[in-house]
Design a protein around this ligand. Structure first.
Ligand SMILES: [Zn+2]
Ligand SMILES: [Zn+2]
Length: 379
């Protein structure tokens, strides 16, 4: 296979300067770029030839080898990553980045086709009791699903696979030299898929996916905490042709409960008591998160803030049989809107209380100190 002279390919003379080469290369690469010549085999070949010629001539060492030995200088082995492309090493295709940037600037054809489907995020709110028991929630997710018309291939030609991308030769990536750096980027022609669709599906326009509302049922495990993120692998948006689906992340928010307040594996419950219950002692029945009831013994003389522990009546720990405890925190309520009879009884109680120092030790102690404080201040 006779190869054209590299200088002739770029349309420059043998004494062309680096700038001349660059200018000629840019002009031709733009002209024959596959994005501007979709389906044109000749342009595709030309584009490759231009890149190959420039790759050699821009490098002083390679250029002098070429000047002395011609194409023979680069034949036989050592083709590197581009070995399958007639010795053209794509990794060294200088300034390709610039070209692509310019192509981008001129507007890319078609819609972007992501490599992997996008991840989706969906928030759900559940009751604390459901969080305790575990539950199932039904979600309606607006997402992209596989196009049925083309079975996700994106191609209108039934069963016909897409063609290998002419820009990256199916690698999905191109490498470009930028100064000292070799930068690898997603191939802009095929968006990293390595394949391009010649005859796009009329329903999905080559994307392989279509927008659709999907219903799905999600199991929320028992013991789930507020703010938990559940990952459903592959339940995100469908990927493009041959690509993987994204994931669906379900963010679980747990609504505050009117009785139960969760603190890790424990549950705190505030129970208001009548002043007399607290003073005389009593037994109260409280609800438990598992739907049962529990009795709590209130000893005589219970104060606001006193806590009683019910072992094993707390929250279940995620993925275990262990349960935390429930803490009952008492608040003593001062009676209001007294009936005449209550008033009478409490007045009698008060008269009695004044003669009993032991009945309210905090109260007595406090006012004894206040009296001492005033006397001390005068002295
Ligand atoms: Zn490509
Ligand atoms: Zn389709």
């Amino acid at each position: 296979m006779a190869k054209q002279d590299y200088y002739a390919t770029l349309g420059v003379t043998r004494d062309a300067s680096a700038d001349d080469l660059k200018r000629a290369y840019r002009k031709l690469a733009m002209q024959y770029h596959p994005d501007r010549n979709p389906g044109d085999k000749q342009a595709e070949t030309k584009f490759k030839d231009v890149n190959e010629a420039y790759d050699v001539l821009k490098d002083d060492q390679k250029r002098s080898a070429y000047d002395r030995f011609g194409h023979a200088a680069f034949e036989g082995g050592g083709g590197g990553p581009g070995a399958g492309m007639g010795g053209f090493d794509f990794s060294a295709a200088g300034d390709l980045g610039d070209i692509f940037d310019q192509m981008f600037g001129m507007g890319r054809r078609g819609g972007a086709r992501p490599r992997t489907g996008a991840d989706l995020r969906q928030a759900v709110e559940i009751d604390l009791v459901d969080a305790f028991n575990g539950t199932k929630v039904n979600l309606r997710v607006a997402t992209r699903v596989k196009c049925e018309s083309c079975d996700g291939s994106g191609s209108a030609d039934k069963g016909q696979a897409a063609a290998t991308c002419p820009t990256c030769q199916g690698a999905g990536k191109v490498r470009a030299q930028q100064g000292f750096f070799l930068i690898e980027r997603t191939c802009p022609t095929c968006n990293g898929q390595g394949r391009v669709i010649r005859n796009p599906c009329r329903i999905c326009h080559g994307a392989g996916t279509v927008q659709r509302d999907r219903s799905l049922s999600v199991s929320i495990p028992a013991g789930v905490e507020d703010g938990t993120r559940i990952r459903l692998s592959g339940e995100g948006e469908a990927g493009g042709p041959g690509a993987q689906n994204g994931d669906l992340y379900v963010h679980v928010a747990v609504r505050p409960h009117e009785f139960f307040q969760r603190e890790q594996a424990n549950i705190l419950m505030r129970v208001p008591l009548r002043m007399t219950q607290a003073a005389l002692g009593d037994e109260v029945e409280v609800p438990v998160i598992d739907g049962t009831r529990a009795k709590v013994k209130i000893p005589p003389g219970t104060q606001t803030g006193d806590q009683f522990r019910l072992r094993g009546k707390g929250f279940s720990v995620l993925r275990s049989a262990v349960r935390g405890d429930m803490f009952i925190q008492v608040a003593v309520e001062t009676p209001q809107n007294l009936t005449p009879k209550q008033r009478e009884l409490l007045e009698a109680f008060e008269a009695e209380a004044k003669s009993s120092v032991k009945g309210s030790p905090d109260h007595e102690g406090f006012f004894a100190k206040v009296a001492a404080f005033f006397e001390g201040g005068r002295g």
